[in-house]
Ligand binder design. Sequence first.
Ligand code: AMP
Length: 540
Amino acid sequence: MRGLMQEQPLVISSLIEHAERSHPEREIVSRSPEGLVRTSYGAVGERARRMAAALQRMGIDRGERVATLAWNDHRHMELYYAVSGMGAVLHTINPRLFAEQVEYIVNHAEDRVIFFAPGFASLLEKLADRLPTVRAFVAMCARQQMPAAALPNLLCYEDLLDVEPIAWPEVEENAAATLCYTSGTTGDPKGVLYSHRSTVLHAFAACGVDGLGVGSADTALLVVPMFHVNAWGMPYAGAMSGAKLVLPGPALDGASVYALLRDEKVTLALGVPTVWLMLFRHVDEQRLSPQRELVLQRCIIGGSAAPQAMIERFEQEFGCEAIQAWGMTELSPLGTVSRLRPEHAALPAEARRQIQLKQGRAVFGVRMKIVDDEGRELPRDGASAGLLKVKGPWVAGAYYGCGPATDADGWFDTGDVATIDAEGYMQITDRAKDVIKSGGEWISSIDLENAAMGHPAVAEAAVIGLHHPQWQERPLLVVVRKQGQALEREEMLAFLAWKVAKWWLPDDVAFVDSLPHTATGKLQKAALRRQFGHYRWPEA
Ligand code: AMP
């Protein structure tokens, strides 16, 4: 027997339609090429319907890919709705990729149009004649900011809006809506093709109180880029909830982020650890008092493990809750959120902190399990570590043009190694390919990095496993000192000796000026291992 409820498709246009009806005046503040722009859901919705009309006039059909090469700003937000809303597929390109990678993914996706922030004109000029499927390049600005670029069929975003807006067409909820390529450090990037349905369901999860908890009372700063996993779904969660959105444009340095937090009275900020480290540096240099100047209530940290020192600093110095979340491009990205449960309130502070350091419990919609090398499920005892596999309606089933992403039983292998405890808290110990195996036992590089980051003179730390004649592999700690701080090997190791098991202690410490990061701000351990390819252990 079928249920008798209305079968309304879960589509992306319904989110902006709701925003236009329910909270049209709610602000969207954006650093755009012309400066700080104040717009609203009402204006974004109306302009998205105009842009959808313009795309139809350009001959874009349903299912065709329309790319963006852009920072977080109001025009990018309009394209989120215009492109998917008219039934085409929004392909967000990470501008920090190498030119050859951009070329590869544009051609793989067979993009028809590329919308770009004016600053990327020269990158596109170099590539344009190697992008045979692209029919037009649209600069995301007004006439006055048009770049002087030698691009075929170069159009101006604001000029295109001079058309009557369309009414959103009917779209099937399982139709493709957006496309994002993984920023993998090995092999070619793979395309994750989100559907309308997966995106709307994910937005519900993001708004849930135990998800990201986005609500109408929030002002949310998206330091997480709109070119990577749809800015963690925030442009959709914002429209759903009516949160004010603050889009920082290209300026992600500490001073610019701090100014937005303060001036826009941000209550919820989302970003990867690297951007928060830049924020902390600014606070230190300028001797600021965040707790006095800001009204920040929650900071969501994801994309890489949140170090203990970062969680403590947000809580003690910013007076806000620091919440770790884990996810992946293939998970839209939300998988787990680390929040304390009521029974943890009575625990001593250090025990509570150890729980916050875990990546968290699965949000409804995501099922998790850990398995050993033979695929046997491991116990949820907080100690057994194995490959983390997930399932769910916003988890990738296949890669675009590359076949299935799951095993025969429909589980997606995350490539992360993790434990799950009896309360369901998952903790990542490593990426499978970064695991350090010493004398047959695993050492968690994430735990070691976290401990090292607790030293006041450490700006950033990475641990890699390098070949060792006796132990097969041993950990090497690579440290970036804070500016002007003195720190030597012996002091670092003595500090760690109090924090980790003796046999986990790195065999050596190397000091560097900076660490390599991927285009999305993650430590690039493969590059670091190459950098230390000729390294010799002190005693060897
Ligand atoms: P991406 O698909 O580029 O967003 O990368 C996803 C990967 O980032 C995950 O598989 C994890 O290895 C890592 N990651 C994301 N969030 C966290 C977190 N909170 N702690 C540790 N690793 C994380």
